[in-house]
Write a new protein. Structure first.
Length: 262
């Protein structure tokens, strides 16, 4: 499997992706908002885009669909309940469904509600798995729930699904918020050495070059550190009514509340 991450450089800081079969050159485009860059990248690589996958229905993820599909004839894939929200869906997918790309690439669909209630993440069937996490899991952060989402569902997705993936899973999110998310982590855990080091590395770096693993995320992502004594102690300063040992769901919810204002 070949993964090409395309940095759009737009105001939303979107990443677009091409996932290609090295044997056939067939490719899946994930959330190709910047249709020109997506098509140009495929052309330079000699790949044929045969499928488009939208992780969810927000415009900054579906806005390039029409142009990419018009140029390639690709089929459009999305969450099975998203057809009313995304024009032209050819295939609705559920948890456990597999998207095949060429002869050698298999991507398993995960139903990951939270940011929206029709959100799909993809995990690869490879020796080192990859997770295409859309706006659910960001590098060092978690998606918001402002536009049709649910913090309760997002918590369940993190704890019951994403947090249980293999430690060597490479994380490919829908946006680059790494530096700001690391600053949030350090505001919650000033002594987090891993976050300090990664922030130094990320400063001035090409956004497309920084790829974390789930093991990294469990060190630098506050939303995966719900039992950290430092996180809890700082949270109780902001919310004095919290008990000495708040449950993980409460910690997650309060962190998301604070991140909304960050």
């Amino acid at each position: 499997m070949i993964v090409e991450r395309i940095w759009t450089g737009n105001a939303y800081r979107n990443f677009n992706y091409l996932v290609a079969c090295p044997e056939t050159g067939e490719a899946l485009a994930i959330d190709p908002l910047d249709s020109e860059k997506t098509l140009a990248t495929a052309r330079v690589k000699g790949w044929q885009i045969t499928q488009v996958l939208n992780t969810h229905e927000h415009h900054d993820h579906i806005g390039g669909n029409a142009a990419v599909i018009a140029a390639t004839g690709a089929k459009l894939i999305a969450h099975h309940r998203a057809a009313r929200l995304i024009p032209g869906v050819d295939r609705g997918v559920k948890a456990g469904d597999v998207i095949k790309v060429g002869k050698r690439v298999e991507l398993e669909c995960m139903d990951t509600p939270g940011h929206t209630m029709c959100h799909v993440c993809l995990r690869s069937h490879t020796d080192q798995p990859a997770l295409f996490s859309g706006d659910t899991l960001f590098n060092a952060g978690a998606g918001n729930v402002h536009n049709g989402g649910s913090v309760d569902a997002l918590y369940a997705t993190f704890v019951d699904q994403l947090g249980r993936l293999p430690a060597n899973t490479r994380v490919y999110p829908g946006h680059d918020y790494l530096a700001n998310n690391l600053k949030f982590t350090l505001a919650r855990e000033p002594d987090n050495a891993a976050a300090q080091e990664m922030l130094q590395q990320a400063t001035g770096q090409d956004p497309a070059s920084a790829v974390t693993t789930l093991a990294d995320e469990k060190q630098i992502n506050t939303f995966l550190r719900l039992g950290s004594p430092g996180v809890i102690a700082r949270l109780r300063q902001d919310f004095p009514d919290l008990p000495e040992r708040p449950d993980p769901k409460t910690v997650f919810t309060k962190l998301r509340e604070l991140r909304n204002e960050w």
